[in-house]
Design a protein around this ligand. Structure first.
Ligand SMILES: NC(=O)c1ccc[n+]([C@@H]2O[C@H](COP(=O)([O-])OP(=O)(O)OC[C@H]3O[C@@H](n4cnc5c(N)ncnc54)[C@H](OP(=O)(O)O)[C@@H]3O)[C@@H](O)[C@H]2O)c1
Length: 318
């Protein structure tokens, strides 16, 4: 790794810019265009076709749209020209391919910083993390990046997204259903988890790029807020004005669901393991790193996240 003070992150390339979290990262970076010299995205021709309006809007904001295939090295080398920082937000299906993206970044004359697609659970939280199935590909990526001699890195570790966890989608894996006023809590009332809203993920990645020294060669453990199951439930009850029906999925039940999901190979297996890790305290730290990148007072609170969840879930009722 280079020993001298790191260079600035000014010319950015986002890969996975229109994905679930990439959209929020790109939006936050674009809102800060004046602080960067260049913002580009590398995206596929299919995305350019299927998300034409989104791509058009980015173009209007001054974003360079580079069309290519992330699995084609020639396209990637071309996209890395005049770029100093790569921010990857690729989906789980292509996580491992980042090893090649990192190799090419290390060989590039201009790229000096790589943000791999993390934006979730700390995959090196404890010794037990090394054996967790959903972490394996991201661990390979971290190992590849640490071997580079010319490339710095930043892992933005945010924990689970409040937008998803405070929604109804995960059913018995933990959910808050505003229309039915029903919640399923994982474990018990006192289980505490650290959450980040998706819009905050965008802001936090932007601030990490704007603080290249503080964010250099580390896992930045940032979040929006930490809350217990009961605190979240009570906030929903307060904001919706009445008591909710509550049920629980015990840790033993969760582990059983997790085991069955992995043996039958269902897609929910990854989600079940992550939920078990979160419920076991795998998102909690004595101190968060928000202060390192001047992000102490700009993040969402539990109140904000619950208000947003209510807004999203009642949208179609308005
Ligand atoms: N903390 C949490 O609760 C949480 C939740 C979900 C995800 N995550 C993490 O966030 C990161 C991004 O995940 P995501 O869900 O946002 O990703 P996603 O929406 O599935 O995909 C992101 C983008 O990857 C790009 N991509 C390029 N080649 C691809 C290929 N062959 N297959 C699939 N995608 C391809 C696409 O970019 P274009 O738009 O340019 O086409 C796509 O939009 C991952 O590291 C994931 O683990 C965290």
């Amino acid at each position: 790794m280079p020993a001298e003070s790191p260079a600035a992150c000014k010319k950015l390339l986002i890969i996975g810019a229109t994905g679930l979290i990439g959209k929020f990262i790109t939006e936050a970076l674009v809102q800060n265009t004046s602080k960067f010299d260049r913002i580009a995205i590398l995206t596929s021709s299919a995305t350019v076709q299927n998300k034409a309006q989104e791509i058009e809007n980015l173009k209007k904001e001054g974003v360079d749209i580079i069309v290519g295939d992330v699995t084609n090295s020639k396209d990637v080398v071309e996209a890395y020209r005049d770029i100093d920082t790569v921010i990857s937000a690729v989906g789980r299906d292509v996580i491992e391919h980042q090893v090649e993206l990192i190799r090419l970044a290390n060989e590039s004359d201009t790229v000096h910083r790589f943000f791999p697609s993390e934006y979730g659970t700390d995959i090196e939280y404890s010794p037990a993390s090394a054996n967790e199935k959903p972490h394996q590909k991201k661990l390979i990526v971290r190992a590849a990046i640490k071997k580079c001699d010319k490339l710095d890195y930043t892992y933005v570790v945010t924990g689970p997204y409040a937008d998803l966890c405070l929604g109804p989608m995960m059913g018995q894996l933990g959910s808050f259903d505003v229309k039915k006023k029903e919640a399923v809590l994982l474990g018990d009332d006192d289980i505490k988890t650290s959450y980040t809203t998706m819009r905050d993920v965008g802001k936090l990645v932007t601030l990490a790029a704007l603080h290249p020294d503080a964010s250099r060669n580390k896992a930045l453990k940032v979040n929006s807020f930490t809350a217990t199951n009961l605190e979240i439930l009570q906030e929903f009850e307060k904001q919706t004005g009445s008591k909710w029906k509550v049920s629980y999925t015990s840790m033993d039940q969760l582990k059983k669901i997790e085991k069955e999901a992995w043996s039958s190979g269902t897609p929910m297996a990854t989600g079940a393991t992550l939920r078990r890790i979160w419920a076991e305290g795998g998102t909690l730290y004595e101190k968060r790193d928000n202060h390192l990148i001047e992000a102490e007072n700009i993040v969402d609170t539990l109140e904000d996240a619950v208000a947003e969840a209510i807004k999203q879930q009642t949208k179609s009722m308005i």
